[in-house]
Design a protein around this ligand. Structure first.
Ligand code: EPZ
Length: 403
């Protein structure tokens, strides 16, 4: 991979921000919004709720003045996890919500106990009948909530419910991911009073009303990290633009430990790799600013080509090693058990037909194919299109042609 690339907007920032538009009445303009299937599904849900939505390239226009339906149904609702982020915004706007009970997905059971417990502290009451989740909150009141795990989604739902609640809400044990700060920035642009986002203690002073806003979605740190591991695996040199260094956590240091030359400034990162990357004795996924679980598969693919043995622990989700069998088909030497994998790097992988079974594993398999000898065929690209707007176009800009 060689070249310069502007990174797409962030899926995991765009989804809660789109949900947040329901909390204000007016016409919202969102720039740098990724054209991915998860965003399209969320737009369908907003239209179901009564919003008018239109798109001009990467700019979205969302008119929420006609929103009136708190019952989220339809095909899109059951399709993706981020439907759960509508809980907080529908309760905040309509004091009622009905959504298909969010099930698990291929990477794990994905429970929502922390969401429901936290929202209950603000006065919401929930029930479940025939796989539909019903919620009601006649009056949302600020409260002190302590999350026993820094859940990204639970933190987002609490922010969405707290901004229009009566009084102050304090969220302790909050997630610190950059997507939390992006959501808080957007809510402040709507008139919300939030401080402490990006730390584990967030304070929200409820207000009576929120208004429409215009906002630029930040770049996708996971898409950026995927291409940085691809650079390391192919001995390339890339510069990724519009990627805030503060969003990358421990990733630059990890790339240097793997032997890459890394230069970075406020909003770009330049990575150059000569020869074969080095193994890393131990990496464990963790909440931000730790190593992100969403990049674990891309790291595993890179370590499968590294010089030496690496030990990888996945502590966030219970089924995130699905690419092990596919990398083994390519000649990788990986032994995995429960939440850890031992990877003995191979100088070369062999191209073959592999199957993407979920979003981040699919993208990692494409990176592995770039480093493999011979032709590879990756099935299941619909998973990759959930989060990568134009991976063919991105790679073409980095000198690689997929066909
Ligand atoms: C968000 O999921 C992201 N999704 C995920 O990205 C990401 O992997 C995850 O955060 C962790 O960073 C979006 O933002 C749309 P969590 P979320 O709640 O909010 C447990 C991708 O590929 N938990 O922080 O669902 C849960 O089981 C996706 O883009 C509870 O036990 O993540 C998991 O083990 C995949 N009870 C851990 O916390 C709860 O009520 C982290 O979950 C909630 C979560």
């Amino acid at each position: 991979m060689r070249g310069e690339l502007l990174i797409q907007g962030s899926k995991n920032a765009a989804l809660p921000i789109l949900a947040a538009t329901l909390l204000g009445e007016g016409v919202f303009i969102l720039h740098h919004c990724p054209r991915i299937s998860d965003v399209e599904h969320m737009l369908e849900l907003l239209e179901d709720a009564g919003c008018l939505v239109s798109r001009e390239g990467h700019m979205l226009i969302v008119d929420t003045r006609g929103a009136g339906n708190f019952r989220v149904s339809g095909e899109g609702a059951g399709k993706m996890r981020s439907t759960v982020t509508l809980l907080g915004s529908l309760l905040g706007r309509f004091h009622q919500v009905e959504i298909p009970y969010p099930g698990g997905c291929t990477i794990g059971k994905r429970p929502i106990d922390l969401h429901l417990e936290g929202l209950s502290r603000l006065g919401a009451v929930f029930g479940e009948r025939e796989s539909t989740l019903y919620g009601r909150a006649d009056c949302l009141r600020g409260a002190s909530v302590c999350l026993t795990f820094p859940s990204v989604g639970a933190t987002e739902n609490l922010l969405l419910a707290a901004v229009l609640a009566k009084g102050e809400t304090v969220i302790r044990g909050a997630a610190r991911e950059p997507e939390i700060t992006a959501l808080a920035d957007f809510l402040r642009a709507m008139g919300a009073r939030i401080r402490g986002d990006g730390t584990s203690c967030i304070c929200v002073e409820g207000v009576c009303r929120l208004h429409a806003a215009e906002y630029i979605i930040p770049s996708d740190r996971i898409v950026a990290g995927t291409y940085l591991f691809g650079t390391v695996m192919t001995g390339g040199e890339t510069r990724l633009l519009h990627v805030p260094l503060s969003h990358l956590g421990t990733l630059p240091e990890l790339l240097e430990r793997m032997g890459a030359q890394v230069r970075a400034r406020e909003d770009w990162i330049h990575v150059r790799m000569e020869g074969r990357c080095r193994a890393v004795p131990h990496v464990m996924t963790a909440p931000f600013p730790g190593f992100p679980t969403d990049l674990q598969s891309a790291l595993m693919a890179a370590l499968a080509t590294a010089d030496g043995i690496s030990f990888l622990e996945e502590k966030m989700f219970e089924a995130r090693f699905q690419i092990v069998s596919e990398l083994q088909k390519m000649g990788a030497s990986i032994a995995s058990q429960e939440d850890f994998a031992l990877i003995e790097g191979r100088s070369r992988l062999s191209g073959c037909t592999v199957e993407a079974k979920e979003l981040r594993g699919g993208a990692a398999l494409i990176m592995a194919a770039l480093a493999a000898e011979g032709e590879s065929r990756i099935r299941g690209m619909e998973y990759v299109r959930r989060g990568y707007e134009d991976i063919n176009g991105d790679l073409k800009r980095l000198g690689i042609v997929l066909y």
